[in-house]
Design a protein around this ligand. Structure first.
Ligand SMILES: Nc1ncnc2c1ncn2[C@@H]1O[C@H](COP(=O)(O)OP(=O)(O)OP(=O)(O)O)[C@@H](O)[C@H]1O
Length: 239
């Protein structure tokens, strides 16, 4: 089954076309990586998928249903979860309380109904021992894990990760990769924007390249990384 399908989606901010006739599918259970230079339109693409932005034209289907005009809240309730490039947890709330907020709003359920699920998410994201720590006291890696956990607390079928590995040391990055790989292995479909390429290619089955809002390649990671388009445009190498 196709989890997500974009058909000829475009978005402009004034004269600047940031998403240019984008079309691609993500099958259920797949992990797709998105790469591209700064300003290529990667986060905008996420905002269009989540409903934080409305497209100017084209359609977006989630599990076979056209969600192009559906609100961000409704898209979250139907199973599209995301992390943000800059984590903004409730700093004074504990890790567990942050998850309760995400889960009650993201699932439209009461606190008692989501408590067990939140405890499960703490475990799956490696944050169990930090459950009672205020978010403002976490290390960078733990903030990234909390961002992942807040997205997971909404029970996503499709998880969008926006540069979640940025700024981590190599060891921290490897431990986060292991967590994301586990989540993927447990059946969550993932789209992951990342500049840390080795992190991406160690998890995803397909890579999509964006440049000036256009999808200029999609395919197996080794084919995409070896392609002329990526070497010229993304890596800036003359070939
Ligand atoms: N709300 C907005 N209004 C006007 N321009 C915007 C808006 N959001 C994004 N842009 C512009 O759209 C372009 C694409 O931005 P976007 O954040 O999607 O790129 P990106 O590929 O995610 O970049 P990065 O890798 O640096 O995070 C940029 O030129 C940006 O300045």
């Amino acid at each position: 089954m196709t989890m997500l399908a974009l058909n000829n989606v475009s978005k402009s901010f004034g004269a600047l076309t940031v998403t240019d006739d984008a079309s691609f599918d993500v099958p259920e259970g797949q992990a797709l990586g998105i790469i591209g230079p700064n300003g290529a339109g990667k986060s905008t693409l996420f905002n269009l998928i989540t409903g934080n932005l409305r497209s100017d034209s084209g359609s977006i289907c989630f599990q076979g249903r056209d969600v192009t005009r559906v609100s961000a809240m409704q898209r979250c309730l139907t199973g599209i979860g995301r992390s943000f490039q800059i984590p903004q947890p409730f700093e004074k709330l504990t890790v567990f309380e942050n998850l309760l907020v995400a889960a009650t709003h993201g699932r439209n359920q009461s606190e008692p109904e989501v408590r067990d699920a939140c405890a499960d998410v703490l475990e799956r994201t490696g944050m169990l021992r930090r459950a009672n720590t205020p978010a403002g006291q976490l290390s960078l890696l733990e903030r990234k894990r909390l961002e992942l956990a807040r997205a997971m607390a909404t029970a996503p079928k499709l998880l969008l990760l926006d540069e979640i590995a940025g700024g981590l040391t190599e060891g921290e990055c490897q431990s986060l990769i292991a967590t994301i790989r586990d989540i993927h292995t447990q059946g969550v479909t993932i789209i992951w924007i990342e500049h840390v390429l080795h992190a991406l290619t160690s998890v995803v089955e397909r890579l999509l390249v964006l440049d000036f809002g256009k999808v200029i390649g999609i395919g197996a990671p080794d084919e995409i990384m070896a392609s002329r388009a990526v070497q010229e445009i993304y890596l800036g190498i003359d070939v």
